[in-house]
Design a protein around this ligand. Structure first.
Ligand SMILES: O=C(O)[C@H](O)[C@@H](O)[C@H](O)[C@H](O)COP(=O)(O)O
Length: 263
């Protein structure tokens, strides 16, 4: 790792010169969290996102992780999904399945993809219902503070506009306080219809990881992490503030190039 440190209230920051190093550190970290969670709770409930983060965790399909990780205890969810068929090129499920899940010995019934035969609103409601059942049986832990699900890990990318999951700047979905899963029909990034975990769910997780690569994310990363003044816009990525959970940023150096403390 090239640089590592913590910034008050913004979690731990890990900066890597190369995508290869970032990817190795990231999969090591995920394997470590899986081991801790399986030891503590007997299961590991992880929520994935779309975008480049999936290719960055493909090393999980290689040695040593294939043999060292207890895949039978993994439960897979999505922090957000596009409302398209699971076979569609835009589907976050398809992305993860093609590049990761189909190569791992994960129990098929432990993969909780979003129902693609419903409207955005119905799919969001159904996904929340499914998660509620899994909270009852503690496949997904519960936060004692917020009563929200407490995923063992929520893995997020960040857009150049500072969006995370399908929570976009200035969108009313950011205000959602009661629902665990909500839907939008006017995403500024296509496709327009999406369902997404809400901020209370993201911020109730035991661990949240945000991954940013490329110089196009540098300004969003600065606004999300640095101690910027009140005149700066509060991006969705800055609203990621796990209450008791741990937040770690995995940054490729160009994405970290505007961070004051690390320049
Ligand atoms: O559904 C989506 O559009 C993705 O989940 C999205 O939120 C993604 O994670 C970020 O846009 C970062 O994507 P990149 O890492 O590919 O830039």
């Amino acid at each position: 790792m090239d640089v590592a440190g913590s910034i008050k209230d913004r979690g731990e920051v890990r900066i890597h010169e190369s995508l290869d190093e970032l990817s190795t550190d990231l999969v090591d970290y995920i394997a470590e969290l899986s081991e801790i969670s399986v030891k503590d709770r007997g299961v590991f409930a992880i929520a994935l996102s779309g975008g480049s983060v999936i290719s960055l965790i493909r090393k999980l399909c290689e040695a040593p992780y294939m043999k060292t990780v207890d895949w039978s205890k993994w439960y897979i969810f999505w922090a957000d999904e596009r409302v398209v068929a699971k076979t569609h090129v835009d589907s976050n499920y398809k992305l993860a399945k093609d590049h990761l899940l189909s190569k791992l010995p994960i129990v098929p019934s432990h993969v909780y993809s979003i129902n693609d035969s419903l409207t955005a609103e119905e799919a969001a409601n159904e996904y929340e219902f499914v998660i509620r059942q899994l909270v009852k049986t503690r496949v997904v832990n519960v936060s004692a503070i917020t009563d929200c699900p407490k995923f063992d890990l929520i893995l997020l990318g960040i857009g150049p506009d500072g969006h995370v999951a399908s929570l976009f700047p200035n969108h009313s979905a950011l205000e959602e306080k009661n629902e665990w899963v909500t839907f939008i029909t006017n995403s500024p990034k296509p496709p327009p219809e999406r369902i997404t975990f809400t901020l209370p769910v993201i911020n109730s997780a035991a661990n949240v990881v945000v991954v940013a690569t490329g110089g196009g994310k540098a300004e969003a990363v600065r606004l999300a992490i640095d101690d910027v003044g009140p005149e700066c816009p509060v991006l969705p990525a800055r609203m990621v503030q796990p209450g008791v959970g741990k937040l770690v940023w995995f940054l490729e150096s160009p994405a970290a190039s505007k961070l004051k403390r690390f320049c």
